[in-house]
Write a protein that binds this ligand. Structure first.
Ligand code: E4P
Length: 217
């Protein structure tokens, strides 16, 4: 499974890439505008910081305007994945952009039927929103499991990008289901490292460090 980080913070991306924790990035308009930086400049910098795909939203509209915006966006760097909304016009734009060799992430997926249409439109990625479904009391992990089964039934190549992952447990559950990619904020990825027994063992070892004080020759 590939790990993407959901942030527009370049330093945070560099730290996680250097540690080998993440393979790509997802952003949202909110995360980008919180940096206060021009979109093109910021996206170019993020795309240099990570080799894998960097998902960036555009302004929703009709197919033609989204194709124009999508071409401009993916001209910024070869690893840009244009985020398109799950709308009729968004899916039409997806068909055009992926047909022209551009990467597309069809976002805001909340049903298996939507995921079916995304793959028919040639999407590179489809993003089911696990956390937002759970916010409404629905089974977000159940949805990604259902999409996995459907795509496997027919050998569809669209990668399932589980989005809106807000806990380490849900991240691990996506791996168990066999999802292609999961994306989560930096603090969730860092939280995957922590466990109370790890912390306790480290505290216990700490009391004995004087006994094993190894110094370089
Ligand atoms: C990523 O592409 C999504 O926009 C993101 O994971 C959404 O997360 P949220 O539901 O916590 O805002």
């Amino acid at each position: 499974m590939k790990f993407f980080v959901d942030t527009a913070d370049v330093e945070s991306i560099r730290d996680l890439v250097d540690g080998g924790f993440v393979d790509g990035v997802t952003t949202t308009p909110e995360l980008i505008s919180a940096t206060g930086r021009p979109v093109d400049e910021l996206v170019a910098e993020i795309c240099e910081a990570v080799e894998g795909p960097v998902s960036v939203d555009l302004q929703a509209g009709d197919c033609e305007s989204m194709v124009d915006q999508g071409c401009a966006l993916s001209d910024v760097a070869p690893n840009v994945a244009v985020k398109l909304p799950m709308t009729f016009e968004g899916l039409r734009a997806c068909k055009v952009l992926t047909g022209a060799g551009r990467m597309v992430n069809v976002t805001l997926c909340f049903t298996a039927a939507q995921a079916l249409l995304a793959t028919k439109a040639g999407a590179t990625f489809v993003s089911p929103f696990v956390g937002r479904l759970e916010d409404t009391g629905q089974d977000g992990l159940g949805l990604v499991k259902e999409i996995r089964q459907i795509y496997d039934n027919y050998g569809y190549e669209t990668q399932i990008l589980a989005a809106s992952i807000r806990t380490a447990e849900n991240f691990a559950a996506c791996a168990r289901i066999g999802i292609d990619v999961a994306t989560a904020p930096p603090d969730v990825i860092r939280a995957m490292i922590a466990h109370e027994l790890t912390d306790k063992a480290l505290a216990d070892h700490g009391q004995d460090t004087a006994a094993v004080n190894i110094t370089a020759a």
